[in-house]
Design a protein around this ligand. Structure first.
Ligand code: ADE
Length: 237
């Protein structure tokens, strides 16, 4: 998989992709992540990437042309109907589809080349969305000052699902959300810590009982914290 990030703040990304699972996946050749400065594609002498909004109003709007040129450089076309099947061009913005585990899974399984466009909160010329973008994604119902943190979140969520990125495949299958529930509680040594003991069931080696306990705890926690996850599309529990 190849992930290209388009941003006006390339320094923001520093070493953020150089730790843990993303670093391992990069070293193993499962993914290549490149960060590109949109400013390098600006054509005017001041290398302007934004401009005042037509119709007036506060703030500046990211210009279409540098982003079109960057996409043409990366994908050979600025017409999304010509992208190959495994290409996704993602706009990170609060207007997007809310990111869910299922979306990360779909990207991990079907996308070979992902371009992430980091918007700024004031906005981005709509022609970018009309011609270039295949998916607009939000990481939650709150407003960030730019799409950069969201690009990091999405990259992490996708890369850890690539086959062989995690040490053991079962750990991705056991993640929160992959079965529609929050994760169960975990404990490690010592069995007794400052007067708090680990639930007895985890110490007895009975794997069927442990699985049952974990499921019950996950269900209990989900009911308490995220009952919305238990409600089906038709409103049934
Ligand atoms: N840019 C600004 N806010 C965002 C959000 N909530 N998700 C994705 N990108 C954003």
């Amino acid at each position: 998989m190849k992930i290209d990030v388009l941003t006006i703040f390339p320094e923001f990304f520093g070493q953020v992709f150089d730790f843990g699972i993303i670093r391992r996946a990069k070293l193993a050749g499962l993914v290549e992540v490149n960060v590109h400065d949109i400013r390098e594609y600006a054509t005017d002498k001041h290398k302007m990437t934004d401009d005042r909004p037509f119709g007036g109003g506060d703030g500046m709007v990211l210009k279409a042309e540098p982003i079109f040129l960057a996409i043409e450089h990366l994908l050979g076309t600025s017409d999304r109907s010509e992208y190959s099947e495994s290409v996704r061009v993602v706009m990170l913005s609060p207007q997007g589809r809310p990111l869910k585990q299922q979306i990360a899974k779909e990207f991990a399984e079907c996308a070979g080349h992902i371009v992430l466009i980091c918007g700024r909160y004031e906005g981005i010329d709509e022609r970018v969305n009309e011609m270039l973008v295949t998916d607009e994604i939000s990481i939650g119902d709150y407003v960030l000052s730019g799409g950069e943190p969201a690009a990091v979140v999405l990259t992490d969520a996708i890369v850890r699902l690539l086959p062989e990125a995690l040490g053991s495949q079962t750990s991705a299958e056991n993640d929160s959300f992959s079965n529609g529930l929050l994760d169960c509680p975990h404990y490690t040594r010592p069995a007794e810590f400052r007067g708090m003991s680990v639930p007895e069931v985890l110490l007895n080696g009975n794997h069927a009982e442990i699985e049952k306990w974990r499921f019950e705890k996950a269900l209990e926690k989900t009911k308490r914290i995220r009952p919305d996850l238990l409600i089906g599309e038709n409103g049934e529990m």
